[in-house]
Design a binder for this molecule. Sequence first.
Ligand code: ADP
Length: 302
Amino acid sequence: MEINLTDEGTDRETGKSQGSRQSDDAAVNLEPEKFQQPGPAAEKEKVFEVDGVSVSYGDSLAVKEVSMDIHKGEVTALIGPSGCGKSTLIRCLNRMNDLVPSAKVEGSVRYHGEDLYGDTVDPVQVRKLIGMVFQKPNPFPKSIYDNIAFGPRITGMKGDMDEIVEKALRGAALWDEVKDRLDTNAFGMSGGQQQRLCIARCIAVQPDVILMDEPCSALDPISTGKIEDLMTEMKRDFSIVIVTHNMQQAARVSDRTAFLMTELDATEQNRWGRLIEYDATEKIFTNPSNPRTEDYVSGKVG
Ligand code: ADP
């Protein structure tokens, strides 16, 4: 696929499902064979190269000097205690922090080798290629069909709209549940269906990456399970980055996990998030290199 941050252009399809889960937040205890096996990072194509990224809101530093590569076709999880900067960091990956007036992003984020914050980059094109799903499902007050068709229409996508809508809904494992009521208001759907609709809305504009910021935290375990299954299928077609406070979820769905934690300065008045460890998910959860990661994933500290 050709990536052009200043122009239109993409083409892809999507798939379907597997698995079981719990949705508690306890320490993780999984069989090693249950982990995804992403293979050596050095052999993987990089989607993002995050280099020395710090983010401040006004005078407050929120995230300090994070460097990590995010790989194509993988699910990358960001975990860590509340307030450690996970959402702030994921929002750097599609320039959502541009929308927060006090936010300042320093360092470099390269996307397929191109400076994501470069002068010629169009933030609208960035958010089309790098879609985002939020904690709370946020469908438009429109029909199911129009929710999906909205993005393709405003981005001028060519093709049969009925086919585009069906393909996106199938990609989000929602088609069978809604195909007979496409003209009904999206607000009539359950929370879990609404969240899959938001995923379908992302897929419809044929993105390259889908960012998910706590996509299941407002959902029941069954809906959570459906979305986790979907992620495992979707990574064939999209690279996924997910923020989750649920370590079980990170262990279940992700290939690589980044653990962030809050650090305090000597006065203990100022705090910011740091990347403590980033590795294959199995390594993070079974044999982490850093004792702070070990304490967190074993539930000793939260
Ligand atoms: P997490 O996602 O790990 O809970 P966040 O990225 O939401 O962490 O927050 C990291 C820090 O940045 C926190 O101290 C939070 O209060 C601050 N922060 C987040 N968003 C904003 C914002 N829009 N304006 C000011 N401060 C913010």
